[in-house]
Design a protein around this ligand. Sequence first.
Ligand SMILES: [Ca+2]
Length: 344
Amino acid sequence: MQFARFAAGSVLLALLSLAVSSFAVAQETQIEFQQWLDAVIQEARERGIREDIIDEALTGVTPIPQVVSNDRNQAEFTETFEQYLDKRVTQWRIDTGRTRLRENRELLQQVGEHYGVEPRFIVAFWGIETNFGSFTGGTDVIRALVTLAYDPRRAAYFRRELFSALDILNQGHISHAQMKGSWAGAMGQSQFMPSSFLEFAQDFDGDGRRDIWNSKADVFASIAQYLKAAQWRNDQTWGREVKLPADYFQRAEQWAQEPTEYSCSVLRRHTIQMPLKDWQAAGVRRADGSDLPVNDFMASIVLPDGEGGRAFITYDNFRSILKYNCANNYALAVGHLADRFIGY
Ligand SMILES: [Ca+2]
């Protein structure tokens, strides 16, 4: 009895000291965060962010633990291309996209002509990024960026994005309460990071605000401007599925890329770019066996699932899609969805 009471007492003491020390750690972390935030606030003032914006967006803000764990646990990419495509280019997305193209025909035509981007591609991005604006993410973008800028993993990048987000608030495009996005800071119906917003977002409805959250005109125009800035060519599509000649893999060496610096690393998995007529001469054909189109486009071939899988010939526009998101599967999904809208 005596012993038990003694033991219980020391367990209690041990627990108490553990609680005190973890409280101390928590307190220290909180002080560190507060000092970091004070420095951010100071820099925001120096950059000319208004006091009312600082008060509303930064004062008292706390990190979101879930954002850090999401960032740490991004799944290794294990899906095959075919699995990826099945998930993104669904019948629902095809049907809904066709409906949205019809409903917004006039606006999309205006935007498409103004920026030189076919509407079906604008709607394909819109569909894949946010299910046509219906799923844009409900995270407070400033809070998400504060979290990722404080976390050491990619602090410098997210700190720049945080100041870009504050600039957007400062310019009055959206209120802090409405500035929602994904946990990683991609915003609105086009899922632009704040720096992309500052560079590419458009005010197509002319109300003085670039509103990629609520204005379809601004959303469509912003996607189109992003592609235009990425050298989109309105006289060509993204590419197509092809049939390779029987000796393709014996000759593949000659079409392999020299290792160089790529703007998007997945271009390493493409062949060199050659004129379409050279691919035709090499025996590459459309998937149905007919000749390749007669155009002077440069094209590279990619097999997203490797030798046993399907092969695609891709044009310069494919590289523009990769600038939106540097992943071959993503770009192929956008291209396929845009094709399905018009019945390919
Ligand atoms: Ca606007």
